[in-house]
Design a protein around this ligand. Sequence first.
Ligand code: BG6
Length: 504
Amino acid sequence: MADANPFQDPQRFERRVPPCAVVIFGANGDLTKRKLVPSLYRLAIERRLPQGFAIVGTSRTPMSDEAFREKMEASVREHLENSHFDEAVWEEFARGLYYVAGDLASPELYTALTARLATVSEERQTGGNILFYLSTQPSQYATVARGLAGLAKGNGWRRLVVEKPFGHDDQSARELEVALHEYFTEDQLYRIDHYLGKETVQNILAFRFGNPIFEPLWNRQYIDHVQITAAESIGVEGRGAYYQEAGALRDMIQNHLLQVLSTVAMEPSAVFEPTAVRDERAKLLRSIRPLKPADVDAHAVAGQYGPAAIGGKDVPGFRGEPGVNPQAMTDTYAAVTFLVDNWRWAGVPFYVRSGKRMPKRVTDIAIRFRPVPHSLFANESARPNLLILRIQPEEGISLRFSSKQPGSGMNLRPVSMDFNYGTSFGMRTPTAYETLLVDAMAGDPTLYTRQDMVEASWAAVQPIVDAWGNRTGPDPFPNYAAGTWGPAASDEMLAARGHVWRVP
Ligand code: BG6
């Protein structure tokens, strides 16, 4: 068909991974063990990796290929999540695992890596294609990019996946960009935000743009406000040193939750194509109103958990966690009211919150519709409609509406219509890292962030970062007990607009 839209070709949606080698910097780190290698192994189990495939791990610790394989086997067994460990698949997968030790700042590492990649390409027939994955300390990103200068081009494609955080603030994000661009072109750079790869986050686009009944309501005329919650019951789990410099605003809101917000609020793109989709996301992020310093207190709340007994067990406060400064001013909870200055959303608050040591692990988006314009029922029992997009651990969508209670009289009660992934599809949903790794290897950056998106997200939170960094006055922390829903000030922030946080 001469006029077929190339971006709507169904072939495009069946990802084929070409032969390639994945080089992981930070191969001894947590992400490699918990996510990267287990995800690649699950892809192997599902026969989604090509014959010509290899992984080359690198970190400072000296280790043989064999020792690396054993270490990865233990991690994969531990972190497989609902998948069965298949010995035969592992055997084949492990043959393609290699390891090179070295110091990221030393040229010898890159010389050794170049030599090893040449033999690996030969042995495993990877066609010279290489996906570099940066999972080191962020302060090393520029060093590695420089080290890779000689490998950034060659036979086959070369791409660089960069883990978050992209900078510590707006300025360092721009500096990082300049450093990466010295050696890699924009189309080689894949900035990963794993929330964009979650099935349930991708499904927001399907829900909005694949169902004509919701989109007409998706605006300020029908939506009263939106609440985005990402609560974690865990504390900082041995990441105290990183986390005390980051905090919840930088760790979760600046990236993951603003990406979720952009998915909920963006305009439809004309085609499902990387540039078009990312242009819309970027446009939305740029529409978020930057706060004036004097407005920060009314729009943003920081919290830090104190010690508590949870389920009969004593849990330390953040300042008592290993590796954390006992005077740390870190926000382990952050809540922000974002306003989106465009025609669709003018005046609709987007309340976003995230915290560690909350009562449970839950991520969801609650869209509260406006109340009925005129109540027919004397007892005012019609509650506003609520649409809940459940991201995790439950995955699904619920719509709350009012229904007549059986019996005489006209009493209304909220009931809900529920869609649940597990029961509807009855299959395992791929994890975000599986999806995103396949996309990067297949060369599709649709679900990766772009520098303009990164910068727009920093612009949205930078006034808060600055205000919190320059705090004066008495120490406000801790201001919530571990195992609770955060500080009272967060409830007050919503109360000022006549709203309350939903208990997820
Ligand atoms: C990471 C943060 O990016 O996302 C962690 O650094 C957080 O602090 C994690 O725990 C949450 O991811 P998920 O997929 O478990 O919601």
